[in-house]
Design a protein around this ligand. Structure first.
Ligand SMILES: Nc1ncnc2c1ncn2[C@@H]1O[C@H](COP(=O)(O)OP(=O)(O)O)[C@@H](O)[C@H]1O
Ligand SMILES: N[C@@H](CC(=O)OP(=O)(O)O)C(=O)O
Length: 842
């Protein structure tokens, strides 16, 4: 198989910028690390194969951890062997160890036979048998000398199996034992001998073969096996990335990103879409299992300033955008998470006071240090070494078992409000101490008891309950769009429900400005002028599918049918839509029903109060009646501000056409007044309201009287305007007849649902929009020019219909109506319960 047969794709957390970047960048190497959870069973491994097929090129690098809990298994073998060695002769019983080795061997054999064809399986089982013999020899021989060699089997088997499977099913591949190239000088500091390691790695990579490298293990300068510590394969992946100047590292795991707390324990944890480097480092340091403490170190090359991007993604759901780790602005810096570690020790000693504390910092990198009170928190594994180190300084030390719970976020230790909230959230737990981490990215509470799921959930709730970040994309920067943006700064400042709403995108029909770090709302339009770039729908959808917000709202203030055709894809991504655009809500029945279904299925909210009657709450009123159990049977009114103006003003003193041209001048009509006179706009509005009221009908079911005579319909705009006086006779005639009966003419929309005689439940619908003759006393006859009126009859409003009346068009009222929809959505989203849905762990 050749390189081109593997799909060439950007990492799944592609940013909008990345999409528009130079396509040559696609050929930069990417490193993909698959953790143990992603390789735990043959089903998982087949999933990994699919990911490699769709996300990798042949010159990429795969780094693997041991399958599932193999490393735990190897650790327990070592412990069992140690117990055997320490037991007296009578107590010795080799059977548990033999059984455990046999179980491990069986597990590996099962993976091999389930995945490979008989021939390939045979070869791998042969190699496995040799390894098992070696393992047994080490377990019963010079055990401690082989501690790391024993642990190394996990990654070795995993790499060998995946490589064989790739060879059999997908592409040429070779497995590389990291001990053949990765030299780490000092296991404590994990100092990589970059020059030697890079040169040796080059020798082992084979052109045209996808390299599968063992994570977790390396060698020291004498060639002895070392490990990088638990979860160390993440670190292996970033070291390898630095050796080959890779562009991206993706850590594929069983969770689709880094969450604000361990999602296995905290079901309401939120995904952190973007994690600033420093915060990610702090999370790794405080034991977040998705990020090994040192993972981030190799990502920036201080010499070349080459910067590798890091992503966390789920191998169980490869399409879902994960967490991107990097350098971000203010919005990402506001994110908070809560993490904990049990089984720690609090050590008090004079050697931890003042300047002297720096030595213990350098030597042990404790979890936290208080150099005023003289204490540190360390892991139990560090106790012995710390005691010895203090003994050599001739100081005494007192250890107490403790746990920690920490709130982590960009410079949280410098944010008084957050510290105060954290303190309040811990009131019932009564922590022994609260300590700021040295880098200020966490505040750590030291607890005398273990941190329980209940404590973690409570503290997480208090720290993150109002932290839902909402991104706002405004499409359409015309008259209303501009007014919407003008109102936005003051709305964001004064409406509580908009507290975490950020303007992140502006779109015109040709250009886009997208900024995940937020667009300054006070200069939105000038920033758009300066920085927007050409885009197409594909680029837009690609960015939207990877947006880093809890929720995203697109406000469609365009008149574009094309743009409305994207709604389906917006809904499929869970994006919410506020539409002033009438196209989608008045599209064909099949299209409209599908949109409603998609929105429901993906929990997207679709509001369009301004599609009819601008800011008047007509859609709300109909929705409310319907959802309160009422049944609407009549909707009527004057729905067009333009036609309202024309007929309220037309009294015969001036000709209809000169009135129309006057209205055109004042911007009351569309640039081509036939769009208003055709009645199509009113027809669409009636359809939208009818659907809201629960009736299923299409545009064709509504009779529409076109006020433009046929011979003027096909002309271009200029020609029509030049011949506008040909309209006059018709309207003069209509007016004269109405006047004769002391009546007037108005363009009215009417929908009536009457029970069918032949069926108990069936309704007969009649709907039309047309010029009507009305008594001068009629409610529809006395409007302020431009106003709309809506009259609703229902079971509850039968004899005396509900009437809503007021300005049905205009810059302020329409932009205001859009803001009302925005607040409405944000309020609904605030009460939406976050519930982690992760295929890997649920
Ligand atoms: N804050 C967190 N965000 C995401 N996952 C977390 C977090 N804290 C703990 N976890 C857990 O970490 C697990 C992944 O870690 P790990 O077992 O090391 O993965 P892998 O085997 O892929 O290396 C997930 O199952 C997840 O439940
Ligand atoms: N297998 C090793 C190394 C590792 O990184 O594993 P994982 O990617 O499953 O966390 C461990 O269990 O510690």
């Amino acid at each position: 198989m050749t390189q081109t047969q593997l799909n060439v794709e950007q990492s799944n957390a592609t940013s909008f910028d990345a999409v528009t970047e130079n396509h040559l960048a696609k050929h930069a190497i990417q490193v993909h690390k698959f953790g143990g959870s992603s390789l735990a069973s043959s089903q998982c491994i087949n999933r990994v194969l699919e990911i490699i097929k769709s996300h990798c090129q042949i010159n990429d690098i795969i780094v693997v951890s041991a399958n599932g809990d193999t490393t735990d298994h190897l650790f327990s073998l070592y412990q069992l062997a140690q117990e055997q060695l320490q037991a007296s002769l009578e107590e010795q019983d080799p059977r548990p160890l033999e059984a455990a080795v046999a179980a491990l061997s069986k597990q590996q054999q099962a993976l091999i036979t389930e995945l490979l064809n008989a021939n390939n399986a045979k070869q791998l089982i042969h190699s496995l048998a040799a390894d098992i013999e070696q393992l047994k020899a080490w377990l019963t021989g010079d055990l401690s000398a082989h501690h790391n060699n024993i642990l190394a089997f996990g990654e070795l088997w995993s790499a060998r199996l995946l490589s064989a499977l790739l060879n059999e099913k997908l592409c040429p591949s070779n497995s590389i034992d990291a001990r053949d190239f990765l030299v780490i000088d000092n296991e404590v500091d994990c100092l990589v001998d970059t020059a030697t390691s890079a040169a040796q790695l080059r020798q082992h990579r084979q052109f045209g073969k996808l390299a599968v490298i063992t994570g977790y293990i390396s060698k020291d300068e004498r060639g002895h096996t070392c490990t990088l510590g638990r979860n160390g394969s993440d670190y292996s992946a970033t070291i390898v990335a630095s050796l080959v100047d890779a562009r991206n590292v993706t850590l594929w795991t069983d969770v689709d990103g880094i969450y604000s707390a361990d999602p296995r324990i905290v079901p309401s944890a939120r995904k952190l879409h973007r994690l600033p480097n420093g915060v990610a480092k702090e999370l790794g340091r405080l034991g977040n299992p998705v990020l090994h403490a040192k993972t981030l170190l190799p990502l920036i090359n201080p010499l070349t300033e080459h910067h590798t991007h890091l992503h966390v993604a789920s191998s169980f759901d490869a399409q879902v955008a994960g967490t991107e780790i990097g350098k971000f602005g203010q919005i990402a810096k506001q994110e908070l998470s809560v993490t904990y570690l049990n089984d720690l020790l609090l050590a008090h000693s004079e050697s931890f006071i003042g300047e002297a504390a720096n030595k213990v910092r350098a030597e042990f990198a404790p979890i936290c240090v208080d150099d005023k009170q003289g204490f540190v928190v360390i892991t139990q594994a560090q106790q012995k070494a710390l005691s010895q180190w203090l003994a050599s300084h001739d100081t005494e030390v007192k250890f107490n078992p403790v746990s920690i719970i920490a709130t982590v976020g960009h410079k949280v230790a410098e944010r008084g409000d957050i510290k105060a909230r954290f303190k309040r959230s811990l009131r019932s737990v009564k922590p022994l101490h609260l300590v700021n981490s040295d880098n200020s990215h966490s505040v750590i509470a030291i607890l005398s008891e273990p941190c329980t799921p209940e404590i973690l959930n409570n503290v997480h709730h208090d720290m993150t309950k109002d932290a839902r970040h909402i991104g706002l994309v405004v499409a359409g920067l015309g008259n209303i769009g501009q007014r919407f943006l003008e109102l936005l700064p003051s709305q964001l400042a004064k409406v509580e429900a908009l507290e975490n709403t950020h303007l992140v995108g502006l779109l015109s029909s040709k250009k886009a400005l997208i900024n995940n770090d937020g667009i300054d709302v006070n200069q939105a339009l000038s920033l758009f002028e300066q920085d927007s770039q050409g885009y197409d729908n594909q680029q837009l959808l690609s960015w939207l599918s990877h947006h880093p917000y809890d929720e995203l709202i697109v406000v469609d203030i365009t008149p574009s049918e094309d743009f409305s055709l994207l709604y389906e894809q917006f809904f499929q991504q869970g994006i919410h839509v506020i539409g002033a655009n009438k196209w989608a809500a008045s599209s064909s029945t099949a299209h409209y029903n599908n949109l409603i279904q998609q929105a429901e299925r993906h929990h997207s909210i679709w509001l369009g109060n301004t599609t009819v009657g601008a800011g008047l709450p007509i859609n709300f009123a109909i929705d409310d009646l319907r959802h309160s159990g009422d049944e609407i049977n009549q909707i009527a009114g004057i729905f067009s501000g333009t036609l309202s103006w024309l007929f309220e003003t037309y009294d015969g003193s001036t000709s209809f056409s000169s009135l129309m041209l006057d209205a055109l001048q004042q911007g009351i009509t569309e640039p081509d007044p036939r769009e208003d006179l055709s009645g199509r706009d009113v027809q669409r509005k009636l359809l939208i309201l009818a659907r809201k009221a629960g009736f299923e009908l299409s545009l064709d079911d509504i009779d529409c009287q076109n006020l433009v005579p046929e011979h003027l319909q096909a002309l271009d705009t200029q020609a029509f305007l030049a011949r506008a006086d040909e309209l006059d006779e018709f309207f003069a005639d209509q007016l004269a007849r109405a006047n004769a009966d002391n009546a007037c003419i108005r363009y009215v929309a009417r929908l009536q649902a009457t029970p069918q005689d032949d069926s108990a439940n069936g309704l007969k619908l009649t709907a039309k929009v047309s010029l009507e003759v009305l008594a001068k006393t009629d409610a529809f006859a006395n409007l302020t020019p431009c106003d709309n009126i809506f009259q609703i009859s229902s079971r509850w409003y039968q004899d005396n219909p509900l009437i809503i009346r007021g300005p049905g068009a205009g810059r302020d009222v329409t932009a205001g109506g859009l803001h009302s929809d925005l607040v409405n959505i944000c309020q609904q989203l605030a009460s939406k319960q976050n519930q982690v849905k992760i295929k890997g762990i649920n």
